[in-house]
Design a protein around this ligand. Structure first.
Ligand code: NI
Length: 351
């Protein structure tokens, strides 16, 4: 699944004044995880913001940055009233858990000691790890929100230590504003991370400081570090067949695990043969294929395919002129199988 990106509609630990407008931009950019903080906007606007996030098909996050117990409990109650999906942050776990009970809200509090505003994560790595372990041992705690870059310890070491010490997801919050840092977060084993200020201020390295471009670039980089970018595009059969003219000389058009997708042009009759272990699929793209078996003949028309199981003797014949066939078979398959024929091809070219 990889690491997930949570866009925070926040700057310097406060929900921004123009959050609604930025929310529309982020939904249009295809962001699926969107959050805000308990400070910065009145409750009614947070409620509407959350409704709009959910209406846009995204998961909503409320991050608590209030440090005193009373404010944190008020924020937790607000999270329940608003109906957010995930409550991030906060440190007064014993006070918050009863408020969240039965709400269905997932809770990711801060491990370690949090001080000041904007928040700073105090204490040694060992202390933070111990706090993380204590928190995840609680039933109502679903994960952790680690203010890794707000620590003065070795941040990479801290992230890895916390992630390996707990068996619940860890979100890295704060000061992640470059693809290098996203890669470090992924390698630490984190479930996700938040970006707010960097994208809103146009500081993420992208083609433009505009928010939409910032968000698209972050998502592309996240897909990259998660190895979710495919190198393959559409392949057109007519265009691919037009690239070669030799008959009985299959070309490799693609690979699916241990299977090759081959394109071959048939003309006239091939040779009777079988394959000891490989099954073969023949899909007719153009022309008409006759597949001769020892007990019967099968005609395969355009848009039809036939499977020849291993061990079964067969002889393909192009009827009514040349035939264009796409084959799907294990990469080890040799076109002539067990037969001794000079049309045997071992080193196949790509197309
Ligand atoms: Ni064969």
């Amino acid at each position: 699944m990889g690491v997930r990106f949570i866009f925070m509609l926040t700057r310097n630990d406060k929900t921004v004044e123009d959050a609604e407008q930025h929310l529309a931009t982020s939904l249009a950019a295809g962001v699926h995880h969107i959050g805000f903080k308990d400070i910065g906007l009145p409750f009614e606007r947070l409620q509407k913001l959350n409704d709009a996030i959910k209406a846009g098909g995204a998961t909503s996050y409320l991050e608590v940055v209030s440090l005193d117990k009373e404010s944190e409990m008020t924020s937790a109650k607000a999270a329940v009233d608003i109906g957010v999906d995930i409550l991030l942050g906060g440190t007064n776990v014993e006070a918050v858990l009863p408020i969240l009970e039965g709400s269905g809200i997932q809770y990711y509090p801060f491990p370690g000691r949090i001080e000041g505003h904007p928040s700073v994560l105090a204490g040694s790595i060992d202390e933070i790890v111990r706090s993380a372990q204590e928190l995840v041992s609680l039933d109502g705690v679903h994960g952790l929100d680690l203010l890794a870059y707000r620590s003065s310890e070795n941040v990479t070491g801290l992230m890895a230590a916390v992630c390996s010490a707990v068996d619940k997801p860890v979100i890295m919050a704060g000061s992640i504003g470059s693809p290098e840092r996203i890669e470090i977060v992924r390698r630490s084993g984190a479930a996700g991370f938040t970006i707010g200020t960097a994208a809103l201020d146009g500081d993420y390295p992208a083609d433009s400081p505009e928010l939409e471009e910032q968000l698209r670039c972050i998502q592309k980089d996240v897909a990259g570090v998660n190895k979710h970018i495919s190198p393959y595009g559409v392949k057109n059969l007519d265009q691919s067949f037009a690239k070669f003219s030799e008959f009985w000389s299959p070309r490799i058009a693609g690979r699916v695990n241990d299977m090759h997708i081959k394109l071959a042009k048939f003309d006239g009759e091939f040779v009777w043969h079988y394959h000891e272990i490989e099954d073969e699929l023949f899909f007719v793209h153009r022309g008409k294929l006759l597949m001769k078996f020892r007990d019967r003949d099968e005609i395969v028309n355009e848009g039809e395919f036939i499977i020849v199981p291993h061990g079964v003797e067969h002889c393909p014949v192009a009827l009514e002129g040349p035939c264009e066939v796409m084959l799907l078979e294990p990469a080890t398959t040799v076109n002539t199988g067990n037969a001794d024929d000079d049309r045997r091809v071992v080193d196949l070219a790509q197309v």
